[in-house]
Design a protein around this ligand. Structure first.
Ligand code: SF4
Ligand code: SF4
Length: 604
């Protein structure tokens, strides 16, 4: 992003963080794509002063970032909240070591589960890992805190966590740009005692880690990151942080507000000084009672979750309701949300999505147990396909299938198991679980693994992954999944074009019936990422028998309509939406669906 010092821009929280890292003289940035933070790395990568990569998973991304800091440069690693669980192994030891170059981990928490499998409050994880935690309230703060976090990290030699929530990641507010400040690399610190975490050095490091947090708590006493807004005559103090601050301000409460930018550690001395001036202390925060618990641990009496939900976002009406319950608002709020209600749209596979035929075939195959995984194919759990009996976390389907199979074998249940996993998930964490399948493998264990290889991380907007280079010559990752699995030692692997409906249907039937472990790699380019756009298809209403087989594939351009002079409803295709994948034509029993290209030729 261009922009000179002093210019004002309306940036999303994600864009502001990327800009902040650039201005702070950041050098190494890594991530794994996941909503709500995926744009941070995308925007960071545009600066040529920064090396940026989407790594194969969050643990690897963190390791790349740790390497950047170890080299003496400023590093930033961004991921969605559940990604920090994947990265937790190196993180818990990294926080024992001092940072060399400034280090920032950005976590995108998702109150309300807008696009996640769970809702977790990573302030808790941050404290568990002994990180200092900053919680910005708008895009300007997101940028400023990114820079501040790197400074603090270098000054106190502590890795920092910037916790941002979905709404802030994606909403825009005005940000004043500044120039980049080049920060000279400190060079690699070769101190084994500091950076080799083996006893007895690691025991000493634990003490050092605690000392650093104590120093950061002293810094928190009068940091400008925390602000007190005093209301004359008020005996109530409201304590808050993050985006909730602006929602609270809209309510215009008759109370003082202590806004925390540095939410961990909180200065005990400062907290006692401020809270002792008030009769009532109420903490307003999304998700866990994090600040509330910190204050209670200090012996400060306060309320909070008594009036506010543990889950979801705290919008203005939620805050009004909570403050009314607490007796701080005299009039009962109207109760209705002030926001304009939007028309709800059921989640749907995209037009021409290569996964659609796979799940249509699975639905017809009557496979009773389909173990699903994380990716856009999670949509198969919903109507109309309803072909996923479980979705837990990235790559979990493979290990779970083994557990289900082993248990069923002992109880003599013979139901065939079908498992789906996308290519992004396969490279993220599916690989070790595939290796594990070879351990104590029995020939008669019926498991069919379908690897959906659309060669992109589609759900988050089409970032690359291990096999993207097979479609995109500018991408240097060209790992063939079938070859890789063969090299591992799997001996029954079939490959099929996802759009070849009839051939895929036959193959699925054979492999599901096969008494043993088989793998099908289904190839088909993501229709959005690779701009699949072939000549459109159309319906000849005179041939159509209204059987609705095409409609049941659920491709958005298809619908039943009235044609002039024809009594019954017949199928029709919106040609502007159709990307010409041909799947509907393949399921039509009477060849009523034709390619516009073929008919052009016929007319020639
Ligand atoms: S050819 Fe049929 S299935 Fe494929 S995009 Fe067009 S309408 Fe959808
Ligand atoms: S599958 Fe063929 S016959 Fe059946 S509704 Fe669609 S176009 Fe008509």
């Amino acid at each position: 992003m261009d922009g000179k010092a002093g210019e004002k821009r309306a940036l999303t929280g994600n864009e502001a963080i990327a800009r902040g890292f650039y201005e702070a003289g950041g050098v190494v940035a890594s991530s794994y794509p996941g909503s709500p933070t995926v744009e941070i790395l995308e925007k960071t990568k545009v600066y040529e002063e920064i090396y940026g990569e989407f790594s194969t998973n969050e643990k690897v991304a963190l390791e790349v970032g740790i390497g950047g800091s170890f080299s003496g440069a400023r590093a930033m690693v961004s991921m969605k909240h559940v990604g920090v669980n994947i990265a937790a192994d190196p993180l818990m030891t990294f926080t024992l070591t001092p940072t060399n170059g400034g280090f920032l981990l950005v976590t995108g928490d998702d109150p309300g589960l807008a696009s996640s499998q769970n809702e977790q409050d990573n302030r808790v994880l941050g404290k568990f890992a002994h990180l200092g935690i900053l919680d910005p309230s708008d895009s300007q703060e997101a940028k400023d805190y990114t820079k501040k976090a790197l400074e603090i990290s270098e000054h106190f030699e502590i890795p920092m966590l910037l916790r941002i929530t979905s709404r802030l990641c994606h909403s825009r507010s005005v940000v004043v740009l500044e120039d980049r400040q080049e920060v000279k690399s400190k060079g690699i610190n070769r101190s084994k005692e500091k950076f080799c975490m083996i006893p007895p050095g690691s025991r000493r490091a634990q003490m050092f880690m605690k000392e650093r947090l104590q120093k950061l708590e002293e810094y928190a006493y009068d940091t400008e990151l925390n602000t007190l807004e005093e209301k004359q005559g008020s005996d109530t103090l409201l304590i808050t942080s993050g985006l909730v601050y602006y929602n609270l301000k809209e309510v215009e409460p008759e109370a003082s507000i202590w806004k925390l930018g540095l939410v961990y550690p909180i200065s005990k001395k400062r907290a006692k000084e401020i809270t002792s001036q008030y009769k009532r202390i109420i903490v307003i925060e999304e998700m866990m009672p994090f600040i509330e618990n910190e204050l209670k641990l200090m012996g400060i009496e306060c309320e909070g979750k008594k009036y506010f939900e543990y889950t979801g976002e705290l919008d203005v009406p939620d805050i009004e309701e909570g403050l009314y319950q607490a007796g701080l608002l005299k009039n009962k709020p109207e109760g209705s949300k002030r926001f304009v209600e939007t028309v709800s749209r059921p989640p749907l596979f995209c037009t021409g999505c290569p996964h659609r035929p796979t799940f249509d075939i699975l639905k017809k195959s009557k496979a009773k147990v389909v173990v699903g995984d994380i990716g856009c194919y999670s949509l198969a759990a919903l109507f109309p396909f309803e072909q996923s009996n479980s979705i837990i976390s990235m790559g979990a389907s493979i290990g779970m299938t083994k557990g289900i199979r082993k248990a069923m074998s002992l109880t003599k249940e013979e139901e065939p198991l079908v498992t789906v996993i996308g290519d992004g998930t396969f490279f993220h964490s599916g690989l070790p679980t595939f290796v594990n399948l070879l351990h104590q493998k029995k020939d008669n264990e019926n498991m069919t693994f379908i690897v959906l290889d659309n060669r992109t991380t589609a759900m988050t907007g089409g970032q690359h992954n291990g096999s993207s280079g097979l479609y995109n010559e500018r991408d240097d990752m060209r790992v063939g999944i079938k070859t890789l699995l063969e090299t591992m030692g799997f001996d029954r692997i079939k490959e099929i074009n996802q759009y070849d409906y009839k051939a895929a249907e036959k193959l699925f039937k054979e492999e599901i019936a096969y008494e043993g472990l088989s793998i099908i790699v289904v190839n088909g380019p993501c229709a959005l990422r690779y701009n699949l756009e072939k000549p459109y298809f159309y319906v000849d209403p005179k041939i159509c028998i209204s059987c609705r087989a095409c409609i049941r594939t659920n491709c958005p351009p298809l619908r039943m309509i009235e044609y002039e002079g024809i009594e019954k409803l017949k199928s029709s295709i919106d040609k502007d939406m159709c990307v010409g994948c041909s799947v509907c034509a393949q399921v039509c029993p009477v060849n009523a669906i034709k390619s516009s290209k073929a008919s052009e030729k016929e007319g020639e």
